[in-house]
Design a protein around this ligand. Structure first.
Ligand SMILES: [Zn+2]
Length: 261
């Protein structure tokens, strides 16, 4: 599996250096993730496959992965655009629906769609069994943890289950949408699981100390955080609280959170 790496040309505060998209050449060239429609990206796709991609699969509906689909379709009208549906978020694009475990033929052998919700409800990874390689979208990223937007479709419980599913496959290499290739994905998954366990203990300790609101718990755990980063930190704390609520270990009392005795 030797994909062609094509950068989407979209650095910014939420995307870091910007997004990687992956092109697998063959009879039906496949592009994984659509970028945002910048000319530099479209031109790079055209340089690699002048007739354009036959298929474009996006890992999830977040704009840095999906917003470029209409521009790709405009330049190469025969390209099919596919994703796992996210009703209410998928916009005007006529996406072909993908399903969990669906095989996708490529010039490098089949990929299998793995529905891996958590970062978003529609998130997928694409598994190449022949080489134990996986395209992970926003499931993994070196040097940071993955944001779980609890108020807009994120689920920490779902994310942890998705990490566990990936771990069971023992991937040897992971291609992420952000940052460099991950040569030891199992070590990164372990690190993520440890990190979330520690964070959960911090949230439970804050609740035990009668800190009852997301804001108060966030201030305790993320001391001296720059104001611009506080909304994301609060979403992360909320993601933990919602997970604990689902396990009946915490519950809401009006605007407050309390531990379940
Ligand atoms: Zn995303």
């Amino acid at each position: 599996m030797k994909p062609i790496l094509l950068h989407a040309g979209n650095p910014g505060p939420y995307t870091g250096d910007g997004n990687w998209t992956y092109l697998i050449p063959g009879d039906r060239p496949l592009l994984i993730d659509a970028g945002v429609g910048h000319d530099v990206h479209l031109d790079a796709i055209g340089a690699a496959v002048p007739a354009g991609p036959a298929d474009v699969i996006v890992t999830h509906a977040h704009s840095d992965h999906a917003a470029g689909a209409p521009a790709i379709r405009a330049r190469w009208p025969s390209a099919t655009l596919s994703k796992v549906p996210w009703p209410g978020r998928d916009g005007e694009v006529a996406w072909q629906p993908l399903a969990d475990n669906e095989p996708v033929p490529t010039g490098a052998g089949p990929l299998v769609i793995l529905h891996t919700p958590g970062h978003s409800p529609d998130h997928i990874a694409l598994w190449h069994e022949d080489t134990a390689t996986v395209f992970v979208g926003d499931l993994l990223q070196l040097g940071t943890t993955v944001f779980i937007p609890a108020s807009s479709g994120g689920s920490l419980a779902g994310y942890l289950a998705s990490l566990e599913r990936l771990r069971q496959l023992s991937p040897a290499r992971a291609w992420p949408a952000h940052g460099p290739v991950i040569e030891e994905p199992l070590a990164l998954i372990e690190h993520y699981l440890d990190h979330r366990r520690q964070r959960e203990e911090q949230v439970l300790a804050a609740l035990a100390d009668r800190l009852a609101t997301v804001a108060a718990i966030t201030d305790r755990i993320y001391r001296n955080l720059a104001p611009a980063l506080q909304p994301m930190a609060r979403e992360s704390v909320l993601a933990h609280l919602v997970k604990l609520e689902g396990e009946e270990r915490a519950r809401r009392e009006g605007p407050s959170w309390v531990v379940t005795p």
